[in-house]
Write a protein that binds this ligand. Sequence first.
Ligand code: SF4
Length: 416
Amino acid sequence: MFLMKSIRDIYKIGKGPSSSHTMGPERAAKLFKSQYPDAEHYQVILYGSLSKTGVGHGTDRVIREVLSPAPTEIIFSEEDLPHSHPNTMDLIAFAGDSVQGGLRVESIGGGDIRIPGQPGAAESPEVYAENTAADVMAYCREHGLTRISDYVEHYEGAEIWDFLDTVWKTMKNAIAEGLEGSGILPGGLNVKKRAKKLYTLCVPDETPQLWETRILSAYAFAVSEQNADNGTVVTAPTCGACGVLPAVLRYMQETRNLTDEQILRGLATAGIIGNLTKRNASVSGAECGCQAEIGTACAMAAAALGELFGNTLVQVEYAAEVAMEHHLGLTCDPICGLVQIPCIERNAVGALRALNACNLSYFLSDSRNISYDMVCKAMYETGLNLSHMYKETSEGGLARIYPTRLEKMMAELPKC
Ligand code: SF4
């Protein structure tokens, strides 16, 4: 049984567009380069989802960048590796024609990597003694802690606030830069940046509900578009889902006049929800579909909102549960392997749903039937049973239905 690691593991600052397909492989390549710094050339074989959507996610680009100046051959393998994580890669170092050594690495989501057969070799240490939401709640009750953020400080020490301050500053920066963005996102899908437009539609005299929808969406779009444009973002819990949590936190800060210090409390609570999901289920779209990414982001955001509204521990946990429950079964089908459609809009919808989940939990937590631990288990089982077509392979759903660029060009040609 694994115990929870630091919430630093949930929040990683780096460049988009994908934590599992760019940040994870980047870490793997750095680790391998440190082991074989004098290699004359490298070969990297990508399997599963890394192979199928690696080009759209920039996997090959980031690996070549890290291993340069030595040249790197990238192989997008069709081979099915049974019993391996869907994001597996082999790295091989060469001196002339001789193999110096190799390493198999799994990119397990949220920028984390694992070396099969070497538990802990590439992973951070466990920090918390609890491993389920029920245990966290029991610990808080036993020790008189009324907020999950107090539980975080208890285990991680006061220095966690400096770390979370950097996280929050990076999130705010991503919002600010994203709201200034214009033009077309890279990748060839011709997707326009729309955060700025949504933001300019937020006028003071509209109805509060419209304003709320637009402002939350504008912030979520801003961060997600930064991610799709290879900008700097924070995984929460992944790059693909990085817009949900910053959007609700910024919304809360503005509407409730909260200080940055108060916002950090929301981040701490959200971090524990992300942590619980990572330990007991998955935050990897390639392993469990989008329910593991946007579902987890929404649960984190709903819990953060609960903390910032001053709700009870039970209400906060229930907010996370409601948020996750209604994402069960959500597929991952990014068109052309790019983190753009459906990902960007989905972040906005996730932010709106987080607010609804928090509101619902406030009134109904005393009559609830499902716990966060139960919904996590259901999400994981559902994810394992989902067809591979719906787990970041771009072989099913919208990715299959959407006409290819060539088909679109042909359809637009004049008929003779
Ligand atoms: S569809 Fe969801 S899980 Fe898949 S890449 Fe987009 S945000 Fe990530």
